[in-house]
Design a protein around this ligand. Structure first.
Ligand code: ASP
Ligand code: MG
Length: 405
């Protein structure tokens, strides 16, 4: 018998039929003797539909009222799911974020969880209920309703799992788990059975969309084991754990790609102290999330600086560059939106220095040009041309023999 938290996203509860199917699965799980807490998102695209409604009213919706609006999406799902479970003669009860005491800071639309009371969850479990909790929402200490940012239901699930010391937190999705590469790109990509949370964090940060960085980070910090699995099958998925395993660590565990970055190059800036500080200070002031940075060696006192930013930050990044370009003495600057970031991730890279050259060699053999490089102790990333991305992923997957167990 285990205490499980299990989370279903919008696509898994998109219709009444979906909800009935999930109810059936939850009841079966309860019958195996497990205590079950389920976190759900709003049905299908209903969060987007609510946003569209607000958009029809105003261009500048009040953030507090937006949270009042968006939290209704999850409230619909929890009530319907409770009814569906009760219809199968199983006790179930639904709670909003406020009712379970998910206390957040007061940053509307992007609140952070500060504390969870969870007393009512424990009581309801003791009384034999399946407990259903609305994802994505919380409440400030002064009683204001908040949301956790898009995709926040994962974070709710992990936070609840931590608060009630659940044995595992299932994140159910429309894929079978975490793969060695995007299966849409690499035919023989393999489902990973177990991966460390530090590797998963690097994967999430470098383009693997299956789990959000924020939820993996929360899980790592609170010692929650994630089971990432398919909503509608019983097949085991991928276990993401912070625990040390005795297994020898794979040198490379996965290849990821991210096509959401753009590259800005500033040409002919003076090579003297303060230039980078001015430029990146301006970017920070615009809240731009800079990823990779490279500065060339200077010729005749002038140098080039390139950096990448996510597309959603691009217009703010351009504004920042325009604002400081004269101050830093830049001659010109160019924008390249057609780039991709290719990364290899593996905890064993720490102790295997040859991996870098192997990656570069594999790309070179296919005539793929590397633009920028960045590293962490367990990740190596290259910026390449967007059009080369699928080929690069396949080449690296093969070079590191990821198709093999
Ligand atoms: N319904 C919210 C969203 O669409 C939260 C979530 O799905 O995790 O962003
Ligand atoms: Mg969603």
């Amino acid at each position: 018998m285990a205490l499980v938290v299990t989370k279903y996203g919008g696509s898994s509860v998109a219709t009444p039929d979906h909800i009935k199917k999930i109810a059936q699965r939850l009841v079966e799980r309860k019958h195996t003797g497990d205590d079950v807490v389920v976190i759900v998102s709003a049905m299908g695209n209903s969060t987007d539909e609510l946003l569209d409604l607000a958009d029809e009213i105003t261009d500048h919706p009040n953030e507090r009222e937006l949270d009042m609006l968006l939290t209704t999406g999850e409230q619909v799902t929890i009530a319907l799911l409770a009814m569906a479970i009760q219809d199968l003669d199983q006790k179930a009860i639904s709670f909003t974020g406020l009712q379970v005491g998910i206390v957040t800071d007061s940053a509307h639309n992007k609140a952070k969880i500060l504390a969870i009371d969870a007393d009512c969850v424990k009581k309801a479990l003791e009384n034999g209920h399946i407990v259903i909790i609305a994802g994505f929402q919380g409440v400030t200490s002064s009683g204001e309703i908040t949301t956790l940012g898009r995709g926040g239901s994962d974070t709710t699930a992990i936070a609840i799992a931590a608060a009630i010391a659940a044995d595992v937190c299932d994140i159910n999705t429309d894929v079978n788990g975490v793969y060695t590469a995007d299966p849409n790109v690499v035919e023989d990509a393999r489902k990973i059975d177990t991966i460390s949370s530090e590797e998963m964090l690097e994967m999430a940060a470098s383009g693997a969309g299956v789990l959000s960085m924020r939820s993996v980070e929360y899980a790592r910090n609170h010692g929650v084991t994630i089971h990432c699995r398919n909503s509608f099958t019983d097949e085991p998925g991928t276990i993401v754990t912070g625990e040390e395993t005795d297994m020898e660590q794979a040198i490379v565990s996965a290849v990821t790609h991210d096509t959401n970055d753009a590259k800005i190059t500033i040409r002919g800036v003076e090579d003297r102290p303060g230039i980078a500080a001015t430029l990146f200070g301006a970017l920070a002031d615009e809240n731009v999330n800079v990823d990779m940075v490279i500065q060339n060696i200077s010729e005749e006192g002038l140098t080039d600086i390139s950096f990448t930013v996510p597309h959603e930050d691009l217009s703010r990044a351009q504004a920042a560059v325009v604002a400081v370009k004269d101050e830093i003495g830049a001659r010109t600057w160019v924008l390249d939106e057609d780039v991709a970031k290719i990364s290899i991730i593996g905890a064993g890279m720490r102790t295997h220095p040859g991996v870098t050259s192997q990656m570069f060699r594999a790309l070179a053999d296919e005539g793929i040009n590397i633009d920028l490089i960045s590293t962490s102790p367990i990740r190596l990333s290259c910026i390449i041309a967007l059009e080369d991305a699928p080929k690069a992923v396949r080449v690296l997957h093969k070079a590191f023999e990821l198709e093999q167990e």
